[in-house]
Unconditional design. Structure first.
Length: 85
């Protein structure tokens, strides 16, 4: 099985990218991720597992992308209502 991460960008805060246009391909076998704290290892695994949606880019397994391209982010303000008794 081939897992492909194409041009993925993800950041927790504006202007600070943990992943910046990252492209990787994982083939069969074992892969080891090594790096210091804050390097993006857990974020990369979250993106690869589709638990975290990247700000841009694509994750695919055998050429199939499990999540469709998302629409542009909404800038509107939402509200939740509650019932009065």
């Amino acid at each position: 099985m081939t897992l492909e991460i194409s041009r993925c960008t993800y950041g927790y805060r504006r202007g600070v990218h943990v992943l910046d246009e990252l492209s990787l391909t994982f083939g069969r076998g074992c892969t080891v991720l090594l790096g210091p704290n804050g390097a993006g290892k857990s974020t990369l695994l979250g993106v690869a597992a589709t638990a975290i949606e990247p700000d841009s880019g694509r994750v695919s397994l055998r050429g199939w992308s499990p999540t469709p391209p998302r629409p542009a982010r909404s800038t509107g303000v939402g509200s939740a209502g509650c019932r009065s008794r």
